[in-house]
Design a protein around this ligand. Structure first.
Ligand code: NAI
Length: 464
């Protein structure tokens, strides 16, 4: 038996970041992880591998659609799917080994195996029981079943994001259930690789919760890229036979039933907290109705000395939200002041173009009765974007009508996932739109579009 100041259960972005920060703050720290490699869903079967496939398939798109325009000829670019998967696995390996290195560097013990909490202050891993003054649950999430539908995932024909990252071949036809982040990122990958992709979505708009103007533009651009959308449709069942699937769905407008065939069906209708086997009930850790671990403002659960962070608790299921909570709870455990500003957590979709947002949407401001102004700027007015065939999309900045304080920003366009952070920093410092507009932005960069949107909140954009 070993004795620690903190044991963290889960080695994903929430857990490993928490472990490193705890160690940096002088706490004797261990992290329990049952996978063969550290990094959790994000590094092994989520954010990182999907970005590798998005990058590779985007290069193919560039070669097929833009090379000739720039005077480049490479003949017909062929896809070696096995090599693409090997490249993706190599990227995973580099990243997961990097975390292992960071654990060694910071003297964090990796307790290999699946952990549980037999009693307060104790964590069991395999047959060993370890003592801990504080325990942090960072056990993450797993794909949810398709709600109200008869669907059995086999990770071959009917897959979750995990199976979609390792298909044996590029399917001829793919049906994606759910037009959320996973469905659109993975749908884009396979569409670029030549699959016919149909996305079936329950709601009337894609990417629920996003700014509605962004939703419309995004759907239009993806449709142009070849994704077919069937909206307002609830999937009822998926049947498989002879390596093929038949998807049955009902259109909400008239209750009519339809079927469609596919070689692969990707179920992307959300994720749910994963807390199985932790023994939470026995130690008094309560869950919400949705299975999330209940926590207070300091990530303390209903059991003293047991904390929880990341996808296992309330809030957006995002790696960076988990990381922030991991750092903050480490500070709390070390007797400092951990804080997460939940009003400034960016969301990014890594399609081409990228989509990014932070803060309030226009719909939320209307609902809250806040008087606001909108500054919008199209990437068509941005020289750099036009030079690289990425003039589609816009930056939309929302600011308080009276004080000019930035309340939110929504971007669809090149580099959106990086551009959004200028606004995040601005919002953390309570910036006004004018502050952004008066800041010199290098020319020619995509970031000028953000400045122009800020100018549009005042006397007007220059290149509009
Ligand atoms: P999601 O919650 O983003 O979208 C699920 C979609 O499925 C919704 O639009 C919903 O209306 C639809 N749906 C539900 N039931 C349906 C049915 N029976 N028939 C048709 N449509 C149905 O979930 P998603 O894409 O699975 O992502 C899960 C989590 O992972 C999210 O919290 C997401 O934020 C996170 N994630 C984030 C990424 C990023 O930040 N780039 C990348 C991948 C995942």
């Amino acid at each position: 038996m070993a004795s620690y100041d903190v044991i963290i259960i889960g080695g994903g972005p929430g857990g490993y970041v928490c472990a490193i920060r705890c160690a940096q703050l002088g706490l004797k720290t261990a992290c329990v992880e049952g996978r063969e490699t550290l990094g959790g869903t994000c590094l092994n079967v989520g954010c990182i591998p999907s970005k590798a496939l998005l990058h590779a398939s985007h290069q193919l798109h560039e070669a097929e659609h833009n090379f000739e325009k720039m005077g480049l000829s490479a003949g017909k670019v062929k896809v070696d799917w096995k090599q693409m998967l090997a490249y993706k696995d190599d990227v995973i390996g580099q990243n997961t080994k990097g975390i292992e290195f960071l654990f060694k560097k910071n003297k964090v013990d990796w307790l290999k195996g699946w952990g549980s909490i037999p009693e307060a202050g104790k964590v069991k891993v395999g047959d060993e029981i370890h003592e801990a003054k504080a325990i942090v649950i960072a056990s993450g999430s797993e794909p949810s079943p398709v709600p109200g539908a008869d669907v059995t995932v086999d990770e071959k024909v009917v897959v979750t994001s995990t199976g979609a990252l390792a298909l044996p071949k590029v399917p001829k036809r793919m049906v994606v259930i759910g037009a959320g982040v996973i469905g659109l990122e993975m749908g884009s990958v396979y569409a670029r690789l030549g699959a016919e992709v149909e996305v079936i979505e329950f709601l009337d708009a894609i990417t629920p919760g996003m700014d509605s103007e962004v939703q419309k533009t995004f759907q239009r651009i993806l449709s142009k890229q070849g994704l077919k959308f069937t909206m307002g449709a609830a999937v009822q069942k998926v049947e498989t036979k002879g390596g093929k699937a038949t998807v049955t769905y009902k259109l909400r407008k008239d209750d009519s039933e339809h079927t469609t065939e596919a070689d692969v069906v990707l179920c992307a209708t959300g994720r749910r907290p994963y807390t199985d086997g932790l023994g939470l009930e026995g130690v008094g850790v309560e869950l919400t109705e949705r299975g999330q671990v209940k926590t207070d403002d300091h990530w303390q659960t209903t059991a003293k000395g047991i904390y929880a962070i990341g996808d296992a608790i309330e809030g957006p299921m995002l790696a960076h939200k988990a990381e922030d909570e991991g750092m903050a709870v480490a500070e709390v455990i070390a007797g400092k002041h951990g804080h997460v500003n939940y009003g400034v957590i960016p969301g990014v979709i890594y399609t081409a173009p990228e989509v990014a947002s932070v803060g309030k949407t226009e719909d939320q401001l209307k609902k809250d009765g806040v008087a606001y102004k909108v500054g919008k700027f199209s990437f068509m007015g941005n020289g750099r974007a036009k030079a690289v065939f990425q003039g589609e999309g816009f930056v939309k900045l929302l600011a308080d009508k009276e004080t000019d304080r930035v309340l939110g920003c929504h971007i669809i366009g090149p580099g959106a996932g990086d551009l959004i952070h200028e606004i995040c920093v601005g919002m953390e410092f309570g910036a006004s739109a004018e502050d952004i507009a008066l800041t010199c932005h290098a020319h020619p960069t995509f970031s000028e579009a953000v400045r122009e949107a800020a100018l549009a909140c005042g006397d007007g954009a220059i290149h509009a």
